[in-house]
Design a protein around this ligand. Structure first.
Ligand SMILES: Nc1nc2c(ncn2[C@@H]2O[C@H](COP(=O)(O)OP(=O)(O)OP(=O)(O)O)[C@@H](O)[C@H]2O)c(=O)[nH]1
Ligand SMILES: [Zn+2]
Length: 212
């Protein structure tokens, strides 16, 4: 594994989440080559000083923006599951989401709110945003992202229920196409206890409340 990627040595050594060498020179060279052609096709001069290194930068950026493909949500969750006698709802809200729509490869971004009710085990809190990132850092549609997060937590932790709400702006709807600058898309996915109105309402109230 070389160190050209965004992961520092600690991330790689301690967590071991990155399974393949996503930043290997051959892969970067191959993607860069395609971007050189794209720049030409767009009417640019790829030998111009300002964009000489752009194909390589884009290649590295794209590899970073899709690094979730190399990560395993189940491994992340099981790496920090603790037996705990806590049976109320655990909510991690306002988790930043940066993903790319699979139709236009343009960003969509916003917030995810994730809750679960433990069934004998709790999970390390940081692992929930990690799971969000693992599924967000790929080509996605917001609906599938929402379901992926729900399913991985339900299948790995086997809680009483899981709730996921995601709110995002899609740049493909803002800077092109229909050009609606302020539209926000909300998606949700639930399992178990969250399918009951009372639990779902508690979750929705908790994510809309503010501490200050
Ligand atoms: N359901 C869903 N649709 C998405 C998401 N991200 C982008 N899209 C939509 O994907 C659709 C692709 O539609 P097409 O008609 O094939 O593509 P297009 O001609 O570029 O569509 P316009 O964006 O309307 O110009 C668009 O309606 C986008 O708004 C997403 O996360 N979920
Ligand atoms: Zn799109």
């Amino acid at each position: 594994m070389n160190n050209q990627g965004p992961f520092n040595d600690d991330d790689e050594d301690i967590d071991g989440y990155v399974k393949i060498d996503r930043y290997n020179p051959e892969l970067i060279k191959s993607i860069s080559g395609h971007y050189e052609h794209i720049l030409k096709a767009l009417g640019e001069d790829p030998s111009r000083e300002g964009i000489l290194k752009t194909p390589e930068r884009v290649a590295k950026a794209l590899l970073y923006l899709t690094h979730g493909y190399d990560q395993d949500a189940k491994a992340v969750l099981t790496s920090a599951m603790f037996k705990e006698d806590y049976s109320q709802m655990v909510v991690v809200k306002d988790i930043e989401v940066y993903s790319m729509c699979e139709h236009h490869m343009l960003p969509f971004f916003g917030k995810a709110h994730v809750a679960y009710i433990p069934n004998g085990h709790v999970v390390g809190l940081s692992k929930i945003p990690r799971v969000v990132d693992i599924f967000a850092r790929r080509l996605q549609v917001q609906e599938r992202l929402t379901n992926d997060i729900r399913d991985s937590i339900q299948e790995t932790l086997n809680p009483i229920g899981v709730g996921v709400v995601i709110e995002c702006r899609h740049l493909c709807m803002c800077m092109r196409g229909v050009q609606k600058q302020n539209s926000v898309t909300t998606t949700s996915a639930f399992t178990g206890a969250f399918l009951a109105e009372k639990t779902r309402t508690e979750f929705l109230n908790l994510i809309s409340s503010r501490l200050s």
